[in-house]
Each structure stands twice: as structure tokens, then as C-alpha cells.
Write a protein that binds this ligand. Structure first.
Ligand SMILES: Cc1ncc(C[n+]2csc(CCOP(=O)(O)OP(=O)(O)O)c2C)c(N)n1
Length: 286
């Protein structure tokens, strides 16, 4: 398959992930739509073409790890893992209900394909750094991918982890920063700005940095991840300039963090994702 065909396939995968993310959250009626939808394209690229995992054997010891440090975006990871074959995606429609294996925040003891437990911001990237060091000490070549939020980067713990990863030259650790410009209750600039930008901060901590202008464009994400894997010596941070709520009719215009609209609004939003998928599938088959 040539690159153009691959990108078409990844665009379709991203649209499927968006649709399933919306279905998953809509069944509960409430959840983190904004920070899930901004990551659909990055999850599509990672799981559609980069990460080395085996859905038949989620605990395969040579697998790459994926850590969702912004654990509240669990639904986008469940949509991806379900579509990838770790479990029937419909199982995730039980999000947050009693006895579910799909809590709003990712939990390694519950969900197949979730490698580390997250939800307390700042901890996931630290766990990821620990896993990457463990792999290195065992002379293993598997990668650790970690999704970090820009609001999450307010946590001091993120920077302890960043320093640790650079100190140990964890070049098989790749952070994908969801730089959607918003956090729980406002824009990142209003709440707690990063005066020189998050990329400059990672660079100052000794990381390679790749800036992705459109973090919702599969080709740009694919090129960045491919380049990151060719880099030796230091960890890499890919700064994804994304749109919070991308593709969710009610959340994209507002950049809302957590949403609980009325049933009709959910239905409309799911329908819009179905239509968008049909359109992208049609374009892909041209
Ligand atoms: C240590 C900690 N403090 C506060 C929270 C509550 N919280 C959940 S999400 C969130 C905002 C995160 O913003 P960001 O990382 O930008 O996520 P995104 O906007 O991409 O969803 C906060 C403050 C938390 N989960 N953990």
C-alpha cells in the first residue's frame, strides 16, 4: 500500500474512532467529549500504522506500551482498542456503569490493551518513563507512547518525569502532547500559560521536539511519529496543535471539557459523526 492509500485508510479509521467515541460517551450521557475527540486522529495513526501490539495477546511482553496520561480521555482509547480488536467495541458502551470494565479514566486492571492506570494528571507520564527505563534495562527495543494534555503540563510531576526521561536517554519514549489550548475551566493561556510554549519547555528538559501544526491531520501525525522513531539518544515530544471537541457538533464550537447534553443533542451529534464517516469513506474509495 502506498502512502496516499495508507493516509486514506487512516482518515477512515479516525472517523470510525470519532463515531465510536461519541457512541460510548452518549450511552452514559455524560463525559469528556472535548479531550477525547481532539485525540481521535493521533490514536488512528498510532494504532493504525505505528504501534506494535497484538489484540489477541494484550499482555504480549514485547508489545509497545500506550499510556493515556490524560486518563479522562478514556473513551477515545476504548473506541480505538475496540475497533482494533481487543474486545467488541460495543462492550465499551457500558462506560462508567456499575461493574463495567470501562471506567471514564483508563485502568490497567480492567480494560484489555490498557497498559498503565491513569487519571491523576502528571502520573501517567511518570509511569511511562518508568516503563521505558525498565525496557531499556532489560535491553528491550519496544516503545512507550504517552499522551499528555497541555493543561496537564501545569503539573510539576510532568517535568520531573521529563527530566528523568532525558537523564536516562529514554529514546524509546515518545510523548504526544494534546495541545488543544484548553483545560478544565478555560484556555491554557488564561489558567496557567507556558510563556515560551510547551515545546520549548520539553526542549529545555533535553527532549527532541517535533511540532505538528495541524494535530488533527493524519499525514502530519504520521510523519512526526515516523521521524520520532528514527531519533536516537533522547526522548521525543510531539506537540499536536489540535482542536478540543473536534467533530462533536456541540463540543467543538465551545471547547467544552465535560459535556452532558440532552438526548436529542447526543443523537444529533452521533448522526453527524455517522455522516462524516460515510463522506470520508466515499472520498477514500475514489
Ligand atoms: C492531579 C489532578 N488534578 C486535577 C484533575 C482534574 N482534571 C481532570 S481533566 C483536567 C484538565 C486537564 O486539561 P488538559 O490536560 O488540557 O486535558 P484536555 O483539555 O486535553 O482534555 C483536570 C484539572 C485531575 N484529574 N488530576
Amino acid at each position: 500500500m502506498n502512502k496516499e492509500e495508507k493516509m486514506k485508510e487512516l482518515r477512515v479509521f479516525a472517523a470510525r474512532i470519532r463515531l465510536e467515541t461519541m457512541r460510548i460517551i452518549s450511552h452514559f450521557g455524560k463525559g469528556h467529549v472535548g479531550g477525547s475527540m481532539s485525540l481521535a486522529d493521533a490514536f488512528a495513526v498510532l494504532y493504525g500504522s505505528i504501534i506494535n501490539v497484538d489484540p489477541e495477546n494484550p499482555a504480549w511482553e514485547d508489545r509497545d506500551y500506550c499510556v493515556l496520561s490524560k486518563g479522562h480521555a478514556g473513551p477515545v482509547m476504548y473506541a480505538t482498542l475496540g475497533l482494533k480488536g481487543f474486545f467488541p467495541v460495543e462492550e465499551a458502551y457500558t462506560l462508567n456503569q456499575n461493574g463495567t470494565d470501562f471506567p471514564s479514566h483508563t485502568d490497567r486492571t480492567k480494560t484489555k490493551g490498557v497498559d498503565l492506570t491513569t487519571g491523576s494528571l502528571g502520573q501517567g507520564i511518570s509511569e511511562a518513563a518508568g516503563a521505558a527505563l525498565g525496557h531499556k534495562l532489560l535491553n528491550k527495543s519496544n516503545y512507550v507512547y504517552v499522551f499528555v494534555g497541555d493543561g496537564e503540563c501545569d503539573e510539576g510531576q510532568v517535568w520531573e518525569a521529563a527530566q528523568f526521561a532525558a537523564h536516562y536517554h529514554l529514546d524509546h519514549m515518545i510523548a504526544l502532547v494534546d495541545n488543544n489550548g484548553r483545560q478544565l475551566d478555560g484556555t491554557t493561556d488564561e489558567v496557567m500559560s507556558h510563556p515560551k510554549g510547551i515545546g520549548a519547555k520539553f526542549e529545555a528538559f533535553g527532549w527532541n521536539v517535533i511540532d505538528v501544526k495541524d494535530g488533527n491531520d493524519v499525514e502530519q501525525i504520521y510523519d512526526a511519529l515516523t521521524k520520532a522513531k528514527q531519533t536516537n539518544g533522547n526522548p521525543t515530544a510531539i506537540i499536536l496543535h489540535t482542536i478540543k471537541g473536534k467533530g462533536a457538533t456541540f463540543a467543538e464550537p465551545t471547547g467544552a471539557h465535560s459535556s452532558s447534553p440532552a438526548k436529542e443533542v447526543w443523537d444529533e451529534a452521533v448522526k453527524a459523526c455517522e455522516e462524516s464517516l460515510a463522506e470520508i469513506e466515499k472520498e477514500a474509495s475514489l
